[in-house]
Write a protein that binds this ligand. Structure first.
Ligand SMILES: C[S@@+](CC[C@H](N)C(=O)[O-])C[C@H]1O[C@@H](n2cnc3c(N)ncnc32)[C@H](O)[C@@H]1O
Length: 286
């Protein structure tokens, strides 16, 4: 069944719509991921994952057309734009943003980053997938799936709780790179540079002219003190007069976001899109 599935893209597209089956197949076919190009399969299998700090990896194609247009207005006024797209998950929106700028005759230095871009898999009687911090993401005991938060099915959560206490193996059988093929192509062509970046810890000073932080500093993910730490870190990474785009896509697919200018070490609001960012008070009182 697994063998048939990994060779039959139509079948995978169908099961990717069914939560329990989708998770059942994630690890079973994960070694074949680099050869899979079907968009629905990639989207479901690569981004319907919660990482160890309980943030989701969800992203979609064509998520920010409205924000890209406004961003262009600001970026085209910059002399040597250096862009940082933070916490990009598969990076499909970074690839789209880069294409959009290029089609408007802008060729910036473009950095995309994420903290959880790789998954390490150990096969066996119990097959386990770990983050780069050696935290258990999900596992299989035979055909039983063990997941943390993404499946509201008690046995999967219970199994995950038990397994996450077990010893982490020193060697893994293979590593999965969770980047979209379109981003990989741009990395190979030197159009985009990928960096491992922890929004709370990685220090970069005075480098970027435009930083995009979408769907990561959400109140549902982190408490306010933690969000402030990340904002201060991001602010440091921005040059004088750089622009920050920050916000969240709501459940109706609407982008609630704000554009901010770095002035005298503070962030000054330039413009809200839709209702603006849910953390605007934190940004403005930084
Ligand atoms: C919901 S996705 C957002 C993807 C993309 N920005 C978008 O809006 O479509 C959140 C991403 O944040 C990443 N992430 C979680 N914690 C992080 C951290 N501490 N530093 C950097 N990235 C992190 C996750 O790996 C995930 O890919």
């Amino acid at each position: 069944m697994i063998k048939i599935a990994s060779k039959n893209i139509r079948f995978l597209e169908k099961v990717s719509k069914i939560p329990i089956l989708k998770h059942f197949f994630i690890l079973k076919i994960s070694q074949q991921f680099p050869e899979i190009t079907s968009e629905p399969v990639l989207q479901k299998f690569y981004t319907d994952i919660y990482v160890s700090n309980r943030t989701s990896k969800r992203t979609t194609k064509n998520r920010f057309p409205d924000l890209n247009k406004v961003s262009l207005e600001y970026i085209k006024k910059q002399e040597n734009p250096i862009i940082h797209d933070v916490a990009v998950s598969s990076g499909i929106s970074s690839a789209e943003f880069s294409d959009f700028l290029k089609n408007n005759s802008i060729n910036p230095d473009f950095y995309a980053s994420d903290k959880y871009v790789e998954i390490f898999v150990k096969k066996g009687l119990i097959t386990k997938a770990f983050t780069s911090e050696n935290k258990l993401l999900f596992a299989y005991v035979g055909n039983f799936f063990a997941g943390d938060k993404n499946i509201f099915f008690p046995l999967t959560v219970l199994l995950h709780r038990i397994l996450k206490k077990s010893k982490v193996s020193e060697k893994f059988d293979y590593k999965l790179l969770l980047l979209h093929p379109e981003l990989l192509q741009k990395i190979n062509n030197n159009e985009i540079k990928f960096i491992n970046y922890d929004i709370f810890d990685t220090e970069i000073n005075d480098k970027f002219t435009f930083v995009r932080v979408m769907n990561i500093l959400n109140l549902g993910y982190f408490y306010e003190g933690k969000i402030k730490t990340a904002l201060q870190n991001i602010l440091k990474s921005m040059k004088k007069d750089a622009i920050l785009l920050i916000g969240r896509t709501n459940s109706d697919g609407i982008n609630n976001a704000g554009f901010y200018l770095k002035k005298n070490g503070k962030l000054i609001q330039l413009r809200d899109v839709n209702k603006g960012s849910e953390i605007k008070q934190l940004i403005e009182n930084l």
